[in-house]
Write a new protein. Structure first.
Length: 272
């Protein structure tokens, strides 16, 4: 069948229709992350939310030490690097000096739940008006795949070659639940990045976390279950399935604290 010129042009227009473009808040650069790692997905979600809220020019990122150590290169926002685990402390100072800015930390499980446990707990206890994006991949990624505070019982790592023993090293840290128990926390939830439906849910949670800060309600954190194919010794798809089958049962997804003020704000936005 031969198409007319008009029909050919219509085909071209359909092909050229814009479906997706890089968020302005996400830098157009190559990242250092391993293939299949969902840090890139988390970055995109944060960037999309910043764009949609219109706060890119007023946002300050505090990068952590870990796989996300170079995240200050990946976002088109003002950013700085904190010492290992101290991102919440640095974010506290920045927010108090610049209360009109949107300040967020982007941290992994080793940075936040291990060396930085005191900083995150006290920032939440004080109700610091910052937002925390917490990537939980159950392992130390940057330093070679050692056991993390979030490593599952029986999980094999380079420092637990026979599987994590709870009798020797205790149990995994459930940070979303732990931080939800502090009165300064207004929003503490856990989401996952293992499939499209959960990615959409994660974005909604990230948006609400930033809205909690913009409305000066208190401390907010979104924990994201993430894959680490390289250090888990898996292929990317296998790693996503492992998140679904092993991590989600161990780290149940859900809202562990949504303050009444934030619920009311969310309802008003839905009505408008």
């Amino acid at each position: 069948m031969t198409l007319t010129l008009t029909e050919q042009q219509e085909d071209v227009n359909i092909v050229e229709k814009l479906v997706y473009q890089r968020p302005l808040s996400l830098a157009d650069v190559h990242t250092h992350y391993c293939p299949g790692c969902t840090h890139g997905t988390a970055h995109r979600l944060v960037a999309e939310v910043l764009d949609e809220l219109g706060v890119r020019e007023d946002t300050i990122l505090v990068a952590s030490v870990g796989c996300s150590v170079f995240s200050y290169n990946y976002f088109n926002v003002d950013a700085c690097e904190a010492a290992h685990g101290r991102a919440p402390a640095m974010a506290t100072g920045i927010k108090r000096v610049n209360p009109d800015k949107v300040v967020f930390t982007y941290q992994g499980d080793g940075d936040l739940a291990s060396i930085g446990a005191a900083e995150i707990l006290h920032a939440a206890a004080r109700g610091e008006k910052i937002t925390v994006i917490f990537i939980n991949n159950a392992i130390y990624g940057m330093t070679g795949g050692q056991m993390a505070p979030t490593t599952l019982p029986g999980q094999v790592t380079t420092s637990s070659p026979f599987g994590r023993s709870t009798s020797l090293t205790g149990y995994p840290m459930h940070m979303a639940e732990l931080l939800a128990g502090l009165p300064g926390t207004v929003y503490s939830v856990r989401r996952s990045l293992h499939d499209a439906r959960h990615v959409i849910q994660a974005k909604k949670a990230i948006r609400l976390a930033f809205e909690a800060q913009i409305n000066e309600l208190g401390f907010s954190i979104v924990e994201l279950l993430s894959s680490c194919p390289t250090n888990w010794g898996m292929k990317p798809l296998e790693a996503l399935n492992w998140v679904k089958e092993e991590m989600v049962p161990a780290y149940p997804l859900g809202d562990y604290k949504v303050a009444d003020e934030l619920k009311a704000l969310s309802k008003r936005k839905k009505k408008s």
